[in-house]
Design a binder for this molecule. Structure first.
Ligand SMILES: [Zn+2]
Length: 83
C-alpha cells in the first residue's frame, strides 16, 4: 500500500517532484522517504496538474478530475522556464 496524504492535509508541504500513474498522482515531498499518493476528499486520486511559475517561486496546482476540488503545493528544486 502506498502512503497517502489527503489534499487538505498536504497543503503546505514542499514538493520536490511528482508523477502521474494508473494508480493516481504521487508526490515526492521534502522530509518523506517515500512518494505519497494524493487523495481527494472524494477519495479519488486522479488530478489535473498544473505547474505555476511566478516571481515568488513555483507551485503545483491540483484539480480533482472527479469533483473539481483544488489544492496547491509549493515546489522546490524545480527549474524555472526560460524567461
Ligand atoms: Zn475529488
Amino acid at each position: 500500500m502506498p502512503r497517502e496524504v489527503r489534499i487538505d492535509h498536504g497543503m503546505g508541504s514542499i514538493v520536490l517532484g511528482w508523477k502521474s500513474s494508473e494508480d493516481g498522482l504521487f508526490l515526492r515531498i521534502r522530509g518523506q522517504t517515500q512518494d505519497v499518493r494524493v487523495v481527494c476528499l472524494c477519495s479519488r486520486s486522479h488530478w489535473i496538474v498544473r505547474e505555476n511559475f511566478s516571481g515568488d517561486g513555483a507551485s503545483l496546482v491540483l484539480t480533482c478530475h472527479h469533483c473539481g476540488n483544488r489544492g496547491t503545493f509549493l515546489m522546490e528544486g524545480v527549474s524555472l522556464p526560460a524567461p
